[in-house]
Design a protein around this ligand. Sequence first.
Ligand code: MN
Length: 252
Amino acid sequence: MRILLTNDDGVDSEGLLALRTSLSPTHETVVVAPDRNWSVSGHTRTMDRPLRIAEVKLRDGSPAYSTDGTPSDCVALAALGFLDYLPDLVISGINQGNNLGDDITYSGTVAAAMEGVISGIPSIAVSMNTTPEWPVELAAAFVARLVEQVNERGLAKDILLNVNVPNLPHDQIRGVQITRLGKRVYNDELIVRTDPRGRKYYWMGGNAVTDHLEEGTDVAAVEENYISITPIHMDLTNHRLLDTLRSWDLRF
Ligand code: MN
């Protein structure tokens, strides 16, 4: 397959290199990735300035393109003609940190995969926590297995697979679960302080997320040491509410 690799942690991330290393023996891979970290940037596209693309080398010496745009820009650039072909698959990652449940609405990693789907290319987003150590080759090896299946069985071009790999040694991962999106509680709080010039500043932060460990969700699967794969489509319509809303008295 011809696979476009990108990420939101920047072209120098080990996660991107691990994907390249594990996929390039059997597939034609091309890296188009941002030149800096765009984590938690969501589905940002650059419309107010031109974009530049530089030829760079990954740490193993393999060629890559780096752009001063966002992860979604990278995919759009490639799909709109920077590459002279439309890739068969977009893979975004391997992200430094899980993207579970509502995280996917913040994630630049998942947004790049969404941009793939919008461009008519089936896509995969891959994420894994980084601590205490980051056995990212393990996640990359699983992606190679998944791509083998995509190649064999096909994946509709309006689908992205959101993959989260638990940060564990190989023998502690219990297998793969196909999941739906779960719920996370962010426990954010607003801290207001005053700077030395007497002006207020605001810091949004707070405690670590707490997860709803509901069976069948991505959040629960990773918590229970399974690799989670969630099929995602871009239709956010709440179909159950269509008829209810139609019954409202909305004469105008
Ligand atoms: Mn990231």
